[in-house]
Design a protein around this ligand. Structure first.
Ligand code: 13P
Length: 252
């Protein structure tokens, strides 16, 4: 079902102790002052998942891993499987973040395995897509994002696609302080929704939550979230401060 979602991606930040403190602060603020109709997700490092799940009210705050193994289990030293993530109480998995595609060479083939395992375990994938600056400057961002989706989530049957959250994060806007303009973000999210309508149906397109990510902050979230196709945000830097994260949750 289409929901408003504000998801934090802590990336490789915070010790377990710092993360639990941050989660407790977010929990307290969300329970007392948070917009009730916004789904809140905290994307923590693997090491923090169990402690963060224990520190928050499960009825109000969801916990996500930022990645998962592409194999269900076995001799894959250093990997963390979806069933392990599920066993912590986390319910979302961020898949295909541009930092993982770029620095860890994750391909569509790998991402499809991760998507399948996540869906199989009943967890919700937050599937990331988005173009680099050179592609945006060449004006070919729509074709680029379409290819990323065609090769992965658009291969899923309707029932499974309906369980996926899509996050569009233009790489040039991540951590740069340079947000996509409200129009650029709305245009891309409307384009993605149009692709879903054409490939599946208008009804399916209307049900899928599509998020924007990239330097989303307390000061620009309000304008971004006012757009008809923007169902929330995937927040990096601003999710590391509880008060800023609350402001974004309350930007609707
Ligand atoms: P920033 O909000 O720090 O730009 O990061 C966005 C992001 O990559 C979230 O996944």
């Amino acid at each position: 079902m289409r929901k408003k979602i504000v998801a934090g991606n802590w990336k490789c930040n915070t010790t377990v102790k710092e993360g639990v403190e941050l989660a407790k602060s977010v929990n307290e603020l969300v329970l007392t002052k948070g917009a009730k109709d916004v789904v809140v997700v905290l994307g923590t490092p693997f090491t923090h998942l169990t402690s963060v799940v224990d520190a928050v009210d499960a009825n109000r705050i969801n916990v996500a891993s930022q990645n998962c193994a592409a194999e269900p289990k076995g001799a894959f030293t250093g990997e963390v499987s979806v069933s392990m993530i599920k066993s912590t109480g986390a319910t979302y998995v961020i898949i295909g973040h541009s930092e993982r595609r770029e620095y860890y060479h994750e391909t569509s083939e790998t991402l499809n395995k991760k998507l399948a395992l996540t869906l199989e375990q009943g967890l919700t994938p937050i599937y990331c897509c988005g173009e680099a600056l050179a592609i945006r400057e060449a004006g070919t961002q729509n074709a680029f994002v379409k290819k990323q989706l065609d090769e992965t989530v658009f291969l899923l049957p309707k029932e499974q696609l309906l369980k996926v959250v899509i996050a569009y994060e233009p790489i040039w806007a991540i951590g740069t302080g340079k947000t996509a303009s409200t129009q650029q973000a709305q245009d891309m999210l409307a384009y993605i929704r149009g692709l879903i309508a054409a490939k599946y149906s208008k009804e399916v397109a209307a049900e899928i939550s599509i998020l924007y990510g990239g330097s989303c902050s307390a000061s620009n979230a309000n304008e971004l979230f006012s757009q008809p196709d923007i169902d929330g945000g995937l927040i990096g830097g601003a999710s590391l401060k509880a008060a800023d994260f609350l402001s974004i949750i309350n930007a609707y």
